[in-house]
Every structure is written in C-alpha cells, then in structure tokens.
Design a protein around this ligand. Structure first.
Ligand code: ATP
Length: 380
C-alpha cells in the first residue's frame, strides 16, 4: 500500500490542509524549520503509532492544543499482484483504505481507526503502512547498542510473522512479572517456576519468528551485497543472537544464573537481550569500519529489509529525512535507485530544491515535488 492522502490536525506546525502524494516518489523541500520533518513524522505516526524523533506524544501536539489527529488515505500503489480488498475500487479519490490516529495528551488516550472502524491495536494500522525511516539517527543500528538492532530486526519480524506482535506483548508482561519477583529479593521458587515456564515458551516463539525473519533478511542482504564491489564485502558476517548461549536451553541458563539475576533485580537472558551481531573478519564492525563504511552498511541493511517485504508483495514507505547532511551524492543515488527498483514509496526531504537527475538515471521515475513553507505544502 502507498500513502496517497494525508491530513493532520494540531500536528506540530503543520497547517493541516489535505494533500495528495505520489504512490512512488515525493520530494519535499523547504527552509530550516519549515515543517519537512514534521510531515514525515506525521506519516510515521500513522504507520508506527508514535513519533520517530521524540518519545513524548506531548512534544508533537501543536503548542497550546490538547489533541492531534492524523488521517491517511492508502492506495494499492505497486502491490499490483495482491488480491484487492477493501473500499469501493471505483471511488473517485482512489483511496482504498483510510487510517486514522488521534492522541489526546490530557486524557493520555490514543484512538485508532481503520476504514472508519475503531481498532484496538496499532498493529492493525502498521500492517497497512510499513514505514521505514532513514534519518541521521539510523546509523546507530551499527554504531549503537543491541536495542537499536533488535528494533531493526523486529520491524521485519512484525511484517513477516503476523503472530509476533501478540507474542511480544505477552512476553513483556511475563518478563515484568519475573522482574518483580527478582526485585523483591526473597525468591519464591514455586512461583518463579511458573513464570519461568511461560517465559521459556514465549521466548521460543519469539526466537523462532526472529530466526525466520533474520534468515530472509540475511539472504536479501547478501544478494544485494553481491552486486557491489567493495573490499569489505568478503569478510562481513551477520549473525542472529537470540539472547542466550545456544549450547544450553533457556531454562538451564535461567537456573544457572539465578543468583546473578537476583543481584541485578531483573531478567538478564532471553529475547530482551537479542542482537544482530555484525562482524568483519571476526571483529565488531562498529570497531573496525570507518564511519563511511558503517553508513553504507546501514543503508544496505535498510534496502535489504525493503527487499524482504517486496518479496512478500508488500510495499514499504521509506521516509528519508535530512540525508543530504549524512550521505554523499553517490550513496544517495545508490539508495534512491534501489528504492525505485523495489517500487517502494519514498519521501525525501531537502533544504534546497531537489535535483532528481542527481539521484536517478534516465529515464527519471515518476515523482512529485512539494515546497514546504510555514507548515504548508504546495506542489511545484
Ligand atoms: N509542538 C509544536 N507545535 C508547534 N510548532 C512546533 C512544535 N514542535 C516544533 N514546532 C516547530 O515546527 C517547525 C517545523 O519543524 P521541523 O523540524 O518539521 O522543520 P524542518 O523543515 O524539518 O527543519 P530542518 O530543515 O531544520 O530540519 C519548527 O519551527 C519548530 O519550532
């Protein structure tokens, strides 16, 4: 699916007039502070249920307001081979699904709608609109801690394995119960046994789903890497670490580290410790790769994720924010070219008016250009 309509109310500095986008490529330009990132953030809100740049909803609601709303209209985009389902195909505005999210910061309440019907879980919206963000923070996937890589992997797992979101929620609940007992200090062994059994079972489900999604990702990644000639490609290794040493069962690991967990007061082994280990000639890439190489690696990883979803006939909406500051023209062109080949929907921001011929070879793909000024978008 592709986001072809967007309307916001009280979202940062956006003026909120309805806007129509291309299901392919959208180039947004405007001065610093004009609202480019806010537009991407509003799109991200629909597909992720939160801002990709701040954790507090409060920061996103326009100053002086209590509630923000984002509406999106989806069209089938490039998912031509999928059986059509949903609203009236002949509808004049060509919107096949409508997504809505509102957040009231006083009541701390989020409301979600799909095609006008209330839904309880964010996953209902996220499945329609797989949003992938590439902004200056994305490079933490390689340079940062395991949490960033888990988040990266879980995005694919969510879209590959439908049961993952619910498994994950259940596991978080059980982990928090375990943590409460561990924090208490006085261990009730019989109670712990019950939680351990549930924790081990849920961890197995999560690990199965992650292993499967990681395999698809890794296959796509090495297919992609096979197309480039870089000296570092040869020694590169990507491994999935599930969160505990696989020479033992998770139950054995938990029993063997009871004292350590009690001392720390929380769960130390299992899915919350999973990671994608990136190594070059046996050493972590964060220690051996130059910053430029790390950036290339992250971009290839993001494209590979897009390839996995494309193989599943799902179109990803990529939000490329402020990448001019991070990537040289060659890298930007490589990214843009690949995303176009994958038939992803792409939003790119820049301060200067865009030069599409720098990003795509002839013939240029379909694209639309928008000028952003004081929170308002005008098509050029
Ligand atoms: N909650 C809010 N309510 C109203 N305005 C806000 C809110 N949060 C931020 N702003 C303002 O919105 C404007 C748009 O910010 P945004 O980050 O979207 O701009 P940008 O075009 O991406 O800028 P840059 O090129 O500098 O990254 C800024 O002037 C900012 O001060």
């Amino acid at each position: 699916m592709a986001l072809v309509k967007l309307q916001t109310e009280h979202f940062r500095n956006l003026q909120g007039a309805p806007v129509s986008f291309s299901p392919s490529i959208n180039l947004l330009f405007g001065e610093n502070g004009s609202g480019k990132t806010s537009i991407l953030e509003a799109i991200g809100y629909l597909g992720l249920g939160r801002s990709f740049r701040v954790s507090r909803h409060q920061a996103v609601v326009s100053h002086g307001e209590q509630k923000l709303t984002v509406f999106g209209g989806l069209d089938r985009g490039h998912e031509q081979s999928r059986p059509w389902s949903g609203a009236d195909p002949e509808s004049s505005d060509k919107v096949r699904h409508r997504l809505g999210i509102s957040r009231n910061i006083t009541e701390k309440e989020t409301r979600l709608k799909v095609d006008g019907e209330p839904v309880r879980n964010m996953s209902a919206l996220a499945r329609f609109l797989p949003v992938s963000v590439i902004d200056p923070g994305v490079f933490d996937i390689v340079a940062g801690g395991p949490g960033k890589r888990r988040q990266f992997l879980d995005w694919s797992v969510f879209h590959v394995e439908p049961s993952f979101a619910s498994l994950w929620q259940q596991c978080q609940r059980v982990t928090s119960q375990r943590n409460q007992i561990l924090r208490n200090g006085r261990l009730d062994e019989s109670l712990m046994k019950v939680w351990d059994a549930q924790y081990v079972e849920l961890s197995a489900g999560i690990t199965r789903a992650r292993t499967q999604a990681f395999q698809l990702f890794s296959d796509a990644f090495f297919r992609l890497v096979g197309e480039i000639t870089a000296p570092w490609v040869e020694g590169l290794k990507l491994d999935f670490y599930p969160g505990w040493d696989q020479s033992q069962s998770l139950l054995e690991v938990l029993k063997g580290h009871r004292e350590q967990e009690l001392k720390m007061g929380h769960t130390l082994y299992g899915p919350n410790r999973a990671d994608i280990r990136l190594k070059f000639q046996g050493r972590p890439v964060a220690e051996t790769f130059s910053r430029g190489q790390q950036k290339t690696l992250v971009i290839l990883m993001k494209i590979a994720q897009g390839m996995v979803l494309a193989d599943l006939q799902k179109q990803v909406t990529f939000l490329l924010d402020d990448i001019n500051a991070e990537l040289d023209t060659g890298h930007r062109a490589m990214l843009a070219q690949k995303l176009d080949e994958l038939k992803c929907q792409v939003f790119v921001t820049s301060i200067e008016p865009p030069k599409p011929e720098e990003l795509w070879q002839q013939p240029l793909p379909d694209y639309r250009v928008f000028h952003v000024e004081h929170g308002k978008m005008t098509e050029e």
